[in-house]
Design a protein around this ligand. Structure first.
Ligand code: MLC
Ligand code: AMP
Length: 515
């Protein structure tokens, strides 16, 4: 149970709504297409959508799977799902049919919302998975969710939720096997949102107010929770870009005070000659996370803008775990200190805490830590220690003054431009291609994405493989950010005496070739 179980309604939307400004006619979201949405629009739009979802008479805990482009209406659908007490399941817009088939089969959503472009194949897969309703968000030819919600009342009483009630399932990691759905509760998200509001000194309207420049996708923890909850629970306006585009960001920065990005966004902004102190004069805070921020980027940003980026660290399973201080030293190369309410320890292979400054596995505990993996009790049990700490799979150290540095990962994972790519998933796919004996996918440094995948493929005896053809087959099947940037056909893979592929050697060997 979390600290919020005693509040009358732990529904996250109820708490976000309380933070809306008194003047509901004020602008809540301004888009790069010139649209203005007031706080009343968010309240009414989400109420109508919640009423429509409730009219479907869904069972308790029903999942609403959503694969749509970023829009304010998509945000309203998220808020509506929360306020109806249903479970939101966001899906990356890059996922293709094989990936979607897995998520729908695993999560068994009652409702699927998708783009008009994909309606045909998504609805086929959804009905196969037992889904009762498939809608587009706003394409009237197929009877969209918004058109139906427009017939519903614009008043809605927020469902009463317990802190432990499931609010969101976010699919993550497939280091061994398939993706797992991390189950996040209303209590997880509310506790983290409140902790971050204080940690980053969000400014109330009375203090001049904050304006968040929102440029990230809204199907991951960073764009959906850290950014959106951060703004809403502070009653702050968002400037909403449909997609990150550096020049558009520069255009809007003078009107904003807070910006959040994965390191690639900072690298791309630094490549713009128009980035200078004048453009960021009005800014209060730049936050980076989801992947390691290189020291070069950290110092270049300081030199160009006069601002010190605040780096923080989190995961889908835990939302935010650590942060550099808002007031105090923002130490480059570190992810700062555990947030209040987060217990963090660094342990050795036997699970015993290591002394300060020594490297080990990072484990965490707190009100923000998820409720487990959807329908995977064994996997959940494996990832928690006997005393309730979650094993993050990240390797790091903690200094005496509390600052945490992440030095690597025990999980086989590539983080490319802030997206997680699992070598095991790619290797499984490549190994099934005709003529392939085996393969290995490794991550190598990349100036833009931080890290990118390189595939090494061994042909069966007597078979000639074409590396480009392998890449095009991957591209035709998997989300494009997962596709390795290079593929090499090699005679064999280096193995240690235990027969395990020595990925470290491959990383060294192919590092220089990938750029
Ligand atoms: C796009 N591509 C990528 C990629 N993004 N390849 C590898 N890694 C990526 N992240 C592909 C494209 O499909 C394209 O392939 C080619 O690379 C060039 O694409 P682009 O035009 O440069 O990409 P763009 O559309 O501009 O997207 C780049 C990006 C995007 C950085 C804006 O990747 C992005 O929004 N990343 C943020 C991810 C995020 O929000 N992560 C938070 C996770 S939450 P082709 O073949 O078509 O040329 C989390 C927890 C926490 O981790 O702590 O926050
Ligand atoms: P995800 O599963 O997409 O939530 O990714 C979570 C992973 O991203 C973490 O386990 C870390 O490996 C990584 N990560 C997040 N923030 C940082 C950061 N600031 N520095 C290094 N790695 C990070």
């Amino acid at each position: 149970m979390t600290a919020f179980s005693s509040t009358p309604n732990a529904n996250l939307y109820a708490h976000l709504r309380q933070a809306f400004p008194a003047d509901l006619t004020a602008c809540a979201v301004e888009t790069d297409a010139g649209q203005i949405y007031s706080w009343a629009d968010l309240e009414r739009g989400s109420a109508m959508l919640a009423n429509f979802l409730e009219s479907l008479d869904l069972p308790a805990g029903a999942r609403i799977a959503v694969q749509v482009d970023k829009s304010v209406e998509a945000l309203m659908l998220y808020l509506a799902t929360l306020r109806a007490g249903l479970v939101f399941l966001p899906l990356n817009t890059a996922y293709q049919s094989a990936e979607i088939a897995y998520f729908l089969g695993n999560a068994e959503p009652d409702v699927v919302v998708c783009s008009a472009l994909h309606f045909g194949w998504v609805s086929t897969l959804a009905f196969q998975a037992g889904t009762r309703w498939v809608f587009t968000l706003n394409d009237d030819r197929t009877g969209s969710l918004l058109a139906r919600a427009a017939q519903c009342a614009d008043q809605h009483s927020v469902a009463v939720s317990q802190a432990d009630d499931l609010a969101v399932i976010i699919y993550t990691s497939g280091t061994t096997g398939r993706s797992k759905g991390a189950m996040l509760t209303h209590g997880n998200m509310l506790s983290n949102a409140l902790v971050l509001k204080a940690a980053w000194s969000w400014r109330s309207a009375a203090q001049g107010g904050d304006v968040l420049l929102h440029t990230l996708p809204i199907f991951h923890v960073h764009g959906l929770f850290v950014a959106i909850h951060g703004a809403l629970i502070n009653g702050s306006k968002m400037i909403w870009l449909a997609k990150f585009e550096p020049r558009t960001v520069l255009r809007y920065l003078p009107q904003a005070t807070v910006f959040m990005g994965v390191p690639t966004l900072y690298v791309r902004l630094l490549a713009e000659p128009g980035l200078n102190e004048a453009v960021v004069r009005h800014m209060r805070l730049f936050i980076s996370g989801s992947a390691p921020l290189l020291m070069d980027t950290f110092t270049a940003w300081q030199a160009r803008t006069g601002h010190t980026i605040l780096e923080r660290y989190g995961m889908s399973e835990t939302i935010m775990l650590t942060s550099n201080p808002y007031n105090g030293e923002r130490r480059g190369g570190t992810v700062g200190m555990p947030l209040p309410s987060v217990s963090l320890r660094v342990v050795d292979a036997q699970g015993a805490p290591v002394p300060c400054g020594e490297i080990g596995d990072i484990q965490v505990k707190g009100a923000n830590v998820f409720a487990g993996y959807w329908r995977m009790p064994e996997k959940t049990a494996e990832e928690f220690t006997f005393d309730g700490f979650f094993k993050t799979g990240d390797v790091g150290k903690q200094a005496e003054d509390g600052y945490v540095t992440i030095v690597g990962r025990s999980k086989d994972l590539i983080i490319s431009g802030g997206y997680n790519v699992y070598p095991a998933e790619l290797e499984g796919f490549i190994n099934d291609l005709p003529g392939v004996a085996e393969s290995a996918v490794v991550g190598v440094p990349h100036p833009d994405f931080g890290e990118v995948g390189v595939a090494l493929v061994v042909p069966r005896p007597g078979v000639q493989l074409d590396a480009q053809h392998i890449l095009s087959q991957l591209k035709a099947t998997l989300a494009n950010y997962k596709v390795p940037k290079q593929c090499h056909v090699v005679p064999d893979l280096p193995r240690n005496t235990m027969g395990k592929v020595q990925k470290n050697l491959l990383r060294q060997q192919f590092a220089a070739k990938a750029n």
